[in-house]
Unconditional design. Structure first.
Length: 196
């Protein structure tokens, strides 16, 4: 006959499961981010590879990053009983099941990363609309009465496109710096947690 587990046993088993899934998805998040990044041999951002062709291919990879980030965040929040402080026990009081401060910080790190990723997605969607609009303006250039107006706007769109690539370089540099912090947190969490 199977003895039913107490509520706290379920809670602890769920915590262990959520921690393992968070860890698995964190690694996927990191690999998904690396797939997005054009890196040189030293592992630094290859600015020359961040051209229009790279930008066009970015959409699929950044959407994958968004999906795995969202899943990782959900498991990270569940692992620390996010919003349910009455269930949480800190690591200082319970070395086996207690919640580390690094785990809580990791939730905030993932939230920020998801926010930045969604900003990039929104910027790409807006840029795609502007590119389509710019293409339709090419047709207007053929009409002499509109060519001055259209040329002026297209010059501004071209300048904006160049600025967008530079902005993306800065954003990705920011994310790389954040991942150095995130990876340190993640390493600490993995080292201290040993659910079996």
């Amino acid at each position: 006959m199977i003895t039913p587990l107490h509520h706290s046993d379920y809670t602890l088993k769920n915590r262990a499961f959520n921690c393992r899934m968070r860890n698995r998805y964190y690694e996927e998040v990191y690999y998904a981010f690396r797939a997005v990044m054009p890196l040189d041999a030293k592992g630094e951002i290859d600015g020359s590879a961040m051209n229009l062709e790279w930008f066009k291919n970015l959409a699929q990879e950044i959407n994958r990053l968004d999906r795995v980030l969202k899943t990782c965040l959900e498991y990270a929040q569940a692992a620390v009983f996010y919003g349910k402080a009455d269930i949480a026990t800190l690591y200082s009081k319970d070395k086996r099941w207690g919640i580390l401060q690094e785990e809580i910080f990791l939730v905030h790190f993932l939230q920020e990363l998801l926010s930045t990723t969604r900003y990039i997605i929104a910027r790409m969607e807006t840029d795609t609309i502007l590119q389509q609009w710019s293409g339709s303006m090419q047709d207007m250039k053929a009409k002499p009465m509109n060519s001055g107006f259209v040329s002026s706007i297209q010059e501004k769109l071209t300048a904006m496109n160049n600025a967008t690539i530079e902005e993306f370089k800065d954003l990705f540099k920011h994310i790389i710096d954040r991942f150095q912090i995130g990876n340190t947190l993640f390493g600490t969490v993995q080292e201290l947690q040993n659910f079996y």
